[in-house]
Design a protein around this ligand. Sequence first.
Ligand code: FE2
Ligand code: FE2
Length: 288
Amino acid sequence: MSNTPLKARKVSFSWEGTPLHWVPGDPFTTHTINVLHLLLPAGERWFVHVYKQVLPLIRDEQLRADVIGFIGQEAMHSQAHDEVLPHLRELGLDPTPYTAQVDWFFEKLLGDRTLPPGKARKWWLLERVAIIAAIEHYTAFLGNWVLNAEELDRRGADPTMLDLLRWHGAEEVEHRSVAFDLFMHVDGSYRRRARTWATAFAALMFLWQRGSRFFMANDPTLVDAHVSFKDFYVAGKRGTLPATGDMLRSIPRYLSRAYHPSQEGSTEQAVAYLASSPAAVAAEKRAG
Ligand SMILES: [Fe+2]
Ligand SMILES: [Fe+2]
């Protein structure tokens, strides 16, 4: 649990100057990271939806305050990624066919279902709280990665996109313990943690590779682009995407009984980035 209250920074970005391949000459890295703009708007809206239902089950005032702060941050993340989509559309890359599938996934498959009040409804709520804790292991992993991904700077990645990713990544690192603490508070069953990790991991891998294939196939500047696991592996070695080995090593950490998100990433680094992020600084000024 955090000592400093979590606050939503009301950032805004202008995308006019951001090119289609915002990692210059590297559409694969660009589009693999672009998948975030497809998954996060629906995914983080879903977090907020689920957490509003879980608030009445929280018996700890500090945790309740953290969850409310978390809700505020995720709602802002969702909106900020959503605002990239019209820009992609202007550049000739219409994400609607894919976002429609993602919306179905979160709203229908992971939605409320028509369960009567009682045991089944509570079970499904706890299941989703555990899924969110597992996903947040990965958002913190990615946040920590992007804060340290200096190779993207070296390759001249678009500064506005980097600031979006790092502002978001830093807030993910900042609030990385909330989802897990909430899961432990309302349930904490190890079997549920392991089971929902498998669900979350499989879903993320499935949606991610489909998303990057979708972007590569629909990029108006590419002909016959195909994506393979090898591209991902090579980009990970280069440092423009997370390294496969680091991703594999993060799995047993989450499944360890001694796991706590506070052991992952650095709050100091996250807070330092937020103090210098152009978007976060501008948001602070507007807030007065
Ligand atoms: Fe987020
Ligand atoms: Fe998060």
